[in-house]
Design a protein around this ligand. Sequence first.
Ligand SMILES: C[S@@+](CC[C@H](N)C(=O)[O-])C[C@H]1O[C@@H](n2cnc3c(N)ncnc32)[C@H](O)[C@@H]1O
Ligand code: SF4
Length: 381
Amino acid sequence: MSPRLSFYVHIPYCVKRCGYCDFNTYTPAELQGPDLAAVSANYIDAVIQEIEMASSSVGNAEVPTIFFGGGTPSLMPSADLARVISAIREKFELANDAEITIEVNPDSVSEQFLAHMREAGANRISMGMQSAAPHVLETLDRTHKPVNVARAVEQARKNGYEHVSVDLIYGTPGESFADWKTSVESALALPIDHISAYALIVERGTKLAAQVARGELVMPSDDETAEKYLYADESFEAAGFTWYELSNWSKPGGECRHNIAYWDGSFWWGAGPGAHSYFGSERWWNIKHPKSYQERIAKNESPIQEKENLTPENKADEFILLQIRRREGILHSQMSSSQISLAEKFVSSGDLDRESWAQNKLVLSKNGRLIADRIVRELVL
Ligand SMILES: C[S@@+](CC[C@H](N)C(=O)[O-])C[C@H]1O[C@@H](n2cnc3c(N)ncnc32)[C@H](O)[C@@H]1O
Ligand code: SF4
């Protein structure tokens, strides 16, 4: 039987870098080019060549999901992304019901792009909404207007996308509770079946980090951020969305199958600069800079920067790390006896769901979801 292999395809370009973001993405100016078309020329050819390398190294595999992420995939010509889907279809067995997601930025997505990608097989859109409050978007250094999000979501639905998701960020400096309420309500007013909501992280080296260090922006307290998480969770649940991972809620059937594949230890191939892959017992990641990546591929060399072998212990730790974030939780039979006894105190403190525990399963309670990182550190270190 052929193995299952999901594909992540990285598009490392953005028109402008948002102040909080440290993703592996570049503006045309950062790549010393006049415009996007110039800096991204032949990029997709390189990605397709990597997909051919994947086919030689893995052999045949069934592909249940493809995810175009970035950066900003919606900046690429749709014909180019369609070529990537065709290459995967040609080299592997693309499942009939494959989930094919495209991350889009509300500013750069056109109806024509959506229509063409739908024809090419894409059936899920994930949009960076972040906030509905203009001053919060400004602090986040975003260029889009809230109205662009509603327009793009409507267009995606009109063009037959089965699944539409938005990303929200909470805990931006200056975001009041009322601002967050507005963002949650605006998201829930859209015809979507999935929401990701992340607390703003101050990543080292970003413009946001410098503004915080200089005291120009003040990050909210952990309590305030926790309150926003609890409010969002209650509102999403009341609107028919269920949490299925700490930062992800969906309507029934709207769970992102690609993300679930990452979390449950399935195999995936990440194509593009900086992309990570996992297959068999090996994990590897590609060289980070798009130019170096393209140079390597042009010489028919592997773009891999480094590889590591995962021991059974690594795999077990990783399983706990990812699976604890899921509503499905972890069976006691998947934990060591010392992990089970270490977890007992979190049952007493109400951070683990008592009912599930009694049924030999570790599932975070609502309060536990707020301290998931701490619980993991105790269980895994
Ligand atoms: C690649 S972006 C999404 C697509 C598109 N580039 C956009 O921003 O509209 C992935 C998501 O990661 C989240 N993200 C990035 N940096 C973050 C940070 N420092 N803290 C919290 N969330 C972050 C944002 O919600 C963003 O929508
Ligand atoms: S958040 Fe999205 S649009 Fe902004 S820099 Fe990061 S990848 Fe680009």
